[in-house]
Design a protein around this ligand. Structure first.
Ligand SMILES: NC(=O)c1ccc[n+]([C@@H]2O[C@H](COP(=O)([O-])OP(=O)(O)OC[C@H]3O[C@@H](n4cnc5c(N)ncnc54)[C@H](OP(=O)(O)O)[C@@H]3O)[C@@H](O)[C@H]2O)c1
Length: 258
């Protein structure tokens, strides 16, 4: 039975990945900070699908947490066949008015943890000539986003990083996929202190399950990138390549004002 390691598995998209992969008879390693939520999910999935589920309670904004995650899998002699770098946070607002520490944490979680975990697990996949990594980016990766400046920049990093790794690793039997959803129905916007209704103004909202199905399908096809959402989401990804950047960012600044 293959094993998948999922970061941010206690809620939202990460939890939906855990549920879907469990249903597909994949053993799981679930990582997040909320011990109780992870325990409850692990118990439920073990009972329902007779799979092995390990939990790791770590705050991935701390670099030593990445070592702890890797060491745990080594100690348990687990082979990670699928790594899903999903944990991510944002903070809405004018950059100078947002919480200083939180902005640094966004970079630590959304960028540094993803690079560090990938650097730990990818060489083992390359040696085995098998394995997959899914990095969860966002529609925000396609253009700068006023009032989400740091978040959008981290997601652009993840997209570029992942697509480059896709090309490097396609000769080694290792798949890398970057998943770029538009708005998804999770607690993400509440946690990011988004003004009510702003993200959903024009965009279709996907369910976490839709994101998971389309992402796993794209992985099976060997795609490098998958965009998930409605017409507006797909349109935005195209506009970014057509509309001059200065014009686009001015439009977005108006659109994303509270
Ligand atoms: N929702 C959307 O509209 C949307 C759209 C595009 C992309 N995304 C991306 O999708 C990913 C998942 O977001 P979501 O919508 O599922 O959000 P969510 O419901 O807020 O879930 C976030 C997950 O990340 C975990 N997490 C947060 N901080 C962490 C930390 N310091 N260390 C370890 N785990 C941490 C949370 O668990 P704990 O609190 O237990 O640690 C939770 O399991 C993110 O990368 C996000 O950028 C979301």
């Amino acid at each position: 039975m293959p094993t998948a390691l999922i970061t941010g598995a206690s809620a939202g998209i990460g939890k939906a990945f855990a549920e879907e992969l469990a249903a597909r008879h994949t053993n799981l390693v679930l990582v997040a900070r909320s011990q109780e939520k992870l325990n409850e999910l692990a118990k439920q999935l073990r009972e329902k699908y007779q799979i092995q589920v390990e939990i790791i309670v770590e705050d991935l904004t701390k670099l030593e947490a990445v070592n702890a995650v890797f060491d745990f899998t080594k100690q348990k002699e687990l082979t990670i066949d699928l790594l899903i770098n999903n944990a991510g946070i944002a903070e809405y607002g004018d950059f100078v008015e947002t919480d200083e520490e939180r902005q640094i944490q966004i970079v630590q979680l959304n960028v540094l943890a993803v690079v560090a975990l990938t650097r730990k697990f990818l060489p083992l996949m390359r040696q085995r000539r098998s394995g997959s990594i899914i990095n969860v980016s966002s529609l925000a990766a396609f253009q700068p986003m006023p009032y989400l400046s740091v978040y959008a920049a981290t997601k652009a990093f993840i997209r570029n990083f992942s697509e480059a790794l896709w090309a490097e690793n396609r000769h080694y039997g290792v798949r890398i996929l970057v998943c770029c959803p538009g708005p998804v129905d999770t607690n993400f916007f509440k946690n990011a202190k988004f003004p009510a209704g702003l993200a959903q103004r024009t965009n279709k909202i996907s369910t976490p399950q839709e994101v998971v199905h389309k992402t796993l399908q794209a992985l099976e096809q060997g795609d490098s990138t998958v965009v998930i959402g409605g017409f507006t989401t797909h349109l935005i990804t195209q506009l970014a390549g057509i509309v001059p950047r200065k014009t686009l960012v001015k439009i977005l600044e108006k659109q994303f004002q509270a």
